[in-house]
Design a protein around this ligand. Structure first.
Ligand SMILES: Nc1ncnc2c1ncn2[C@@H]1O[C@H](COP(=O)(O)OP(=O)(O)OP(=O)(O)O)[C@@H](O)[C@H]1O
Length: 256
């Protein structure tokens, strides 16, 4: 039961092989992590998944649909939501307003019914508000819900960004360094929410993260990339001791 198949994908920038024949699959109940040293190709993999880059060759199949050639908004509408390395929210809007924006692809009514606040428009708006309140509750954002996002601590902003992705009711969630720049307490909170998303909301997750401890604690399986290639795929316990993984992180050990 796979939600995502990434098969023999190649992507180059002016001679740099950012992705050099990487393949992996993600299961429907899986928390799948992609790790690797700086410049290894992790962000490029995310950008191919979300339609920002079109690969030179290879297949990317999401829930039965081939994604290659699709635009980012089309991929989002198919049910793939992402967060970004740097928080990308509307700083002047409140938490609730930012979360409502995440629902826009679920709101289907014409401008006339919206102006007249009739039937479908009213029902869709009320359903969106109810869904957003559930997310506020789930991510424990109550105390900040009516504050502009720009005023909130960084860790809370990252949580709002996660909430906005959840507001899309995704079939798959892509998290790009969800604990990057966070302190220990914020990291622990985020780790708990990520696990709850997989276990309670039943949403599979692909995670790119530099925090090894977090990856080892959370991931069901891990893909290690280096110089655009897949070095190893396996459980956290398996890959930790894999000689190619140790080499990728520590460099070649020279005999003395
Ligand atoms: N838009 C681009 N133009 C040119 N080269 C790029 C571009 N994006 C990525 N690259 C190159 O592709 C390679 C992979 O980069 P990528 O950002 O995917 O790595 P990464 O593993 O996400 O790195 P980091 O951990 O530093 O974020 C690098 O050599 C990078 O310089």
């Amino acid at each position: 039961m796979t939600i995502l198949e990434f098969t023999d994908v190649h992507l180059s920038f002016a001679g740099v092989k950012a992705i050099d024949g990487v393949s992996f699959t993600v299961g429907r109940k899986e928390l799948f992590a992609v790790i690797g040293p700086n410049g290894a190709g992790k962000t490029s993999i995310f950008n191919v998944l979300s339609g920002v880059y079109r690969p030179r060759s290879g297949r990317v199949v999401f829930d039965g649909t081939d994604l290659v050639g699709k635009r980012p908004h089309e991929i989002a509408a198919l049910g793939m939501a992402r967060t970004f390395q740097n928080v990308e929210l509307f700083a002047n809007l409140t938490v609730l307003e930012n979360l409502m924006l995440g629902r826009h692809n679920h709101i289907r009514y014409g401008p006339l019914s919206a102006i007249a606040w009739l039937g479908r428009a009213r029902r869709a708006e009320l359903a969106a508000r109810a869904a957003v309140e559930q997310i506020v509750d789930f991510l424990e954002l109550e105390q900040w819900r009516r504050l502009p996002v720009g005023l909130l601590p960084y860790g809370v902003q990252k949580r709002v960004e996660l909430g906005r992705a959840l507001a899309m009711e995704p079939k798959l969630l892509l998290l790009d360094e969800p604990v990057g720049g966070m302190n220990v307490e914020e990291t622990e909170d985020m780790a708990r929410f990520i696990l709850d998303i997989r276990d309670e909301l039943d949403i599979p997750i692909v995670l790119v993260e530099h925090d090894m401890g977090l990856v080892m604690d959370l991931a069901d399986r891990v893909l290690v990339v280096d110089f655009g290639r897949a070095v190893a795929t396996g459980s956290p316990a398996d890959i930790q001791h894999h000689p190619d993984v140790i080499r990728a992180y520590l460099g070649e050990v020279q005999p003395t």
